[in-house]
Design a protein around this ligand. Structure first.
Ligand code: NAP
Length: 306
């Protein structure tokens, strides 16, 4: 009986050691160094090479190593197995802190002052007026962000697939709810999952519906946004700035026009990175559940894709 870590882009010694301590009777191995693929019953997975999960014939369950499962589901060879994802209050707090920092960056006009510094320009300006924030996606992360900004006194609207009630947040849902949700927003934050329904959802018509001069923040997935439409909206003044943490292709290719766009702030997918120390317990718990036949916690609805 063994557990495989299929997470190609990360150093895994710490995770392997902590999971081995939590599950002393289980062999924890790092893909591709799997002693016996037939002995693997549980896999912790993130951006797996296609076919790597299908090569484990006796796998019972998959634990995604992050909150979003789009990369796992993109593997056409993926076996039909239950998938759990990470829901971690520490991860949520990290995301909210990142968004709070980005909001301060724009409110204090640090984008403008950085440009002025490069030209040795001394020109004081009072903070930007940011009164209304819209959060697209009101799940674990989106609801936490919406609640946080509402508690700070911002006007907050939010949009989800199904109707929601959040104190201090004007909630909209369904296709018809998107336009009114964003209409008055000075800042729009994307915290939607990437699914067939949200792929390229934020396109030219979407950006044209925003308030002129709005600021857009994407911390969800790059493919939810139409890159060309975003650049057009930044160039024609529909948007005055965009902060992007996620991209269609990561790392963002050196020749991508986003790098050269003066009103884009780029961060390299760091807004809420899974913290090994805070998620080991839930991974070990899901492993035990999969062994006893109990449903895993934080199961993904495979029909919805998130
Ligand atoms: P979640 O709990 O699954 O919430 C997703 C929200 O999006 C739900 O409110 C859902 O509506 C809504 N939604 C889904 N499809 C929709 C659609 N077609 N139209 C309107 N609303 C839709 O997800 P989460 O944990 O908050 O995470 C959100 C995403 O953030 C993840 O999928 C991941 O891609 C991204 N993320 C990024 C980072 C990073 O470091 N940049 C870190 C963690 C997560 P319902 O509530 O009605 O179902």
């Amino acid at each position: 009986m063994s557990l495989a870590l299929i997470i190609p882009d990360r150093k895994l010694d710490d995770l392997q050691q902590r999971l081995s301590q939590a599950l002393p009777d289980t062999r924890v191995e790092i893909w591709p160094d799997i002693t016996d693929p037939a002995a693997v019953e549980f896999a912790v997975v993130w951006k797996q090479p296609p076919g790597s999960v299908a090569a484990l014939p006796n796998l019972k369950a998959i634990q995604c190593f992050g909150a979003g499962v789009d990369a796992i589901l993109a593997d056409p060879t993926l076996p039909a197995l239950p998938i759990a994802r990470i829901v971690d209050p520490a991860l949520t707090q990290t995301m909210v802190r990142y968004l709070d920092g980005v909001l301060s960056y724009y409110r204090l006009r640090l984008d403008l002052f950085k440009q002025q510094q490069q030209q040795a320009v001394w020109q004081p300006k009072s903070p930007r007026r940011i009164a209304h924030i819209c959060v697209l996606g009101l799940g674990e992360l989106g609801a936490a962000a919406a609640n946080y900004f509402a508690a700070l006194g911002y006007q907050v609207s939010g949009w989800a697939r199904t109707a929601k009630q959040l104190a201090g947040v004007q909630c909209y849902s369904g296709d018809a709810g998107l336009a009114p949700a964003v209409a008055q927003a000075d800042v729009v934050i994307c915290l939607l999952p990437l699914t067939p329904a949200t792929d390229s959802l934020l396109d030219g018509p979407f950006f044209s519906r925003l308030k002129a001069g709005a600021i857009f923040i994407n911390v969800a997935r790059g493919a939810i946004v139409d890159d060309e439409a975003l650049l057009a909206a930044l160039n024609n003044g529909q948007l005055q700035g965009a902060c992007l943490d996620v991209f269609r292709q990561e790392p963002l290719p050196a020749q991508h026009p986003f790098w050269q766009q003066p009103n884009i702030l780029i961060t390299p997918h760091v807004s809420a990175v899974t913290n090994v120390s805070t998620v080991v317990a839930q991974i070990a718990d899901n492993y035990r559940r999969s062994q006893t036949g109990e449903a895993m916690a934080n199961l993904v609805n495979l029909n919805k894709g998130y």
